[in-house]
Each structure stands twice: as structure tokens, then as C-alpha cells.
Design a protein around this ligand. Structure first.
Ligand SMILES: N[C@@H](CCC(=O)N[C@@H](CS)C(=O)NCC(=O)O)C(=O)O
Length: 200
């Protein structure tokens, strides 16, 4: 298999962490590219022009990080990142993580490509409130991290979103405002899969 990615995309990082957590690293070659510069190989595989993209062993191009994560999870079924006995809680957490990732990523891209008026718009204010509400809920609900319990796709998604906030929107000040969540992030990101995929 072949994974198209870069070093700053939270979506790509999530799929790479899944590769590592599932022990699939020997089966997945990494292709580093710049989606913002219309990489030709990327466009040939994914006309939408976004990463991540996973080329399967059959040569099919899969896009959308959650679909890729689900596919990789099935390539090495145990232990599952979406265990049957915790499925609802895990999917709930995946939703929060992806929502947080989307709101944060859109904020960063808008700031980069749009003017000040757009960045003060109703939409951007809604995104900012969505980030705050989601952080508040996660801070209230998340348990202390324990490496004795198998990591899930929900954990990976939320942790990558928090990592992205720390990387690109440090003014959110998660560490000061949500110490419970920050302690959880600091613990889970000690895993090799997070250490070897740090944003840069
Ligand atoms: N919903 C997609 C989002 C992917 C995405 O937005 N990727 C960004 C990098 S973080 C990208 O490649 N953007 C290039 C573009 O929009 O032209 C997923 O989950 O994979």
C-alpha cells in the first residue's frame, strides 16, 4: 500500500498513526507531497487534490481519513481500534475529534487564505465557539489516560485534533483552560505512534 501525506495535515497524521498502531508500517510506503501545490501524482490518484490518500494493494485510491482508518483497521483485525463492546462510545469520540479537527483546520486555512473581514465573519465565530464547546465537553468527560486499555480510533482522533490546536492555534490555550484534557494529551502522545509522527 502507499499513503500520500505531508507533515502538517492532521488528517494525514491520523491515518499514519493508525498504520503504526496496527503494525502495518512494513506494508505501507509513505509518499510525501504538497497538496497545496497540485502534486501531479496526487491529482492523478485523487482529483479532489487532498491528502491523505491510500493506494491499496489492488491499486484503488481511497480518500477521506476516516474511511482510510476504517480500511486499515480491517487489514489487521485485532486488536480493533473500534472494539465491538465499546463501539458507540468510540464512535461518539471519533465524531468529537473529527469535528474539532475540522473546525480548527478550517480556522487555520481561512486565516491563511482569506482577509480579515472573512476571519471575523459569523461563520468563523461559529467555528470558534464550536472549538470551545467541544473542548469543554471533552475536558469534562475524558478519563485519565491508561496505557493498559487498548487505544481506540476515538482516542487517536481527539488526540490528533488537540495536537493540531497546540501546533497551529496555541492561543486557544488548552493547557491553561482545560488542564484535565492537557494531561490526557501529554500522556497519550508518549506513544511511539505519536512521537514518530509529530507535526513539523
Ligand atoms: N475530510 C478530509 C479532509 C482532508 C483535507 O482537508 N486535507 C488537506 C490537508 S490537511 C488538503 O489536502 N488540502 C488541500 C486542498 O484542499 O486543496 C479527510 O478527512 O481526509
Amino acid at each position: 500500500m502507499k499513503l500520500f501525506l505531508n507533515k502538517t495535515s492532521p488528517y494525514a497524521r491520523m491515518t499514519r498513526i493508525v498504520v503504526l498502531e496496527k503494525g502495518l508500517e512494513k506494508r505501507v510506503a509513505l509518499y510525501w507531497c504538497d497538496p497545496w501545490n497540485d502534486d501531479e501524482q496526487l491529482l492523478a490518484e485523487n482529483p479532489v487534490g487532498r491528502i491523505p490518500v491510500l493506494i491499496t494493494d489492488q491499486g484503488t485510491a481511497l480518500s477521506e481519513s476516516l474511511l482510510i482508518a476504517g480500511y486499515l483497521n480491517e487489514q489487521q483485525p485485532t486488536p480493533s481500534l473500534v472494539p465491538e463492546d465499546r463501539k458507540e462510545q468510540v464512535l461518539h469520540r471519533v465524531g468529537l475529534g473529527q469535528g474539532l479537527m475540522d473546525a480548527s483546520f478550517t480556522t487555520v486555512i481561512s486565516r491563511k487564505h482569506l482577509d480579515a473581514q472573512a476571519n471575523g465573519s459569523v461563520l468563523s465565530q461559529r467555528r470558534s465557539r464550536a472549538i470551545d464547546r467541544t473542548l469543554e465537553q471533552l475536558d469534562r468527560c475524558i478519563n485519565r489516560y491508561s496505557s493498559d486499555i487498548d487505544i481506540t480510533l476515538g482516542d487517536i482522533s481527539v488526540a490528533v485534533a488537540l495536537e493540531y490546536l497546540a501546533f497551529r492555534l496555541p492561543e486557544t490555550a488548552v493547557a491553561d483552560r482545560y488542564p484535565n484534557l492537557e494531561a490526557w494529551r501529554n500522556a497519550i502522545t508518549q506513544r511511539t505512534s505519536f512521537m514518530t509522527t509529530a507535526f513539523s
